[in-house]
Design a protein around this ligand. Sequence first.
Ligand code: SAM
Length: 364
Amino acid sequence: MEETMMNLPTQNNGDHSKEVIDEEDAKAASKIWDYVFGFTDMALIKCAIDLGIPDLIEKNGGSISLSELSSSLSCSTPHLYRIMRYLVHKNIFNQKKTSQNNLFYSQTPLSRRLLSNGKNSMVPLLLLETSPTMLAPWLALSKRVLQENGSAFDAVHGEDVWSFSAENLEHSRLINDAMACDARIVIPRVIEECPDLFKGVCSVVDVGGGDGTTLSMLVKGFSWIKGINFDLPHVIDANLVACQGVEHVSGDMFKLVPKADVAIIKWVLHDWGDEECIKILKNCKEAIPKDKGKVIILEGVLEEETNDKLESARMMLDMVMMAHTTNGKERTLKEWNYVIMEAGFSRINVTRIHAVQSVIEAFP
Ligand SMILES: C[S@@+](CC[C@H](N)C(=O)[O-])C[C@H]1O[C@@H](n2cnc3c(N)ncnc32)[C@H](O)[C@@H]1O
């Protein structure tokens, strides 16, 4: 009742501010439902992936009828219809109705990113972020804020994400697959937009390199480099795919980083607080030659004022770090400069690329 009245022209023609407040309030009354049921979008995307709907549409030549879809899935048509109606409403799929009232679904640029083997597939990242292990800490975020040394992940799982992964190899595999998925998105941007990054470089160590996807792509893009993929033992011992030109080495980056001309470190430092970052960066500096070495950091750089459409992803990632790590965070340029200089580097060079991450070169 109240909301209907708010949409009516105001009785008080002279009071413009009241009209604005009424309009804002009316917007809020509908917007608030996005937050009340905010989880629906993520859950429905996961549902579409779990059912393999984007893959089925692709296998069917790019378009599929509701009845074909429900018979392929051997599932209830009314339920499937409602799921597809929601996903069409959210512009995830396109829908066409024939003159006989048959419904056909086809892909959009968004649903193509939900293909299991698509070029820009985000499926492994979605599966990690929608796993019960990663969702649970979000509900304990306030504990993280209220306790001085609290961690939402620890509060729920009793240990940090890396110890948890060492004991739960299925979760470790989810993380590795998600990171490999991100590498497939960002590394082609690095290769294309920074062609001189590895000029004159013979060897590269990828610190916290996960399953080695980053290095395997870099040694293909820059064929003259040899790579060392360095990560914790439970990651390296997990039957990693062999790649010519890449050696897998296990160890602890807080103790020692294997020697190479260049150390690259992607989406690792944002998992840690400043003191830990300084320690890791000092070990990276020890690993490279003083005269011609450098550390390449692939991380987001937060900006206060920007029109970059990916800034929202960086802001969300900062909250992800709060939920999933103990002291991790996304950093501004000033904050990156601080940890890099504290680790003893003399200068940095930042290159923005078309990705969530930037390329930060740190020179001894
Ligand atoms: C967020 S993942 C990033 C993986 C990869 N760099 C990428 O972005 O594709 C962080 C990586 O750091 C590794 N890591 C955590 N603690 C480590 C340590 N003490 N020594 C070496 N690696 C570590 C994890 O096992 C994990 O593979």
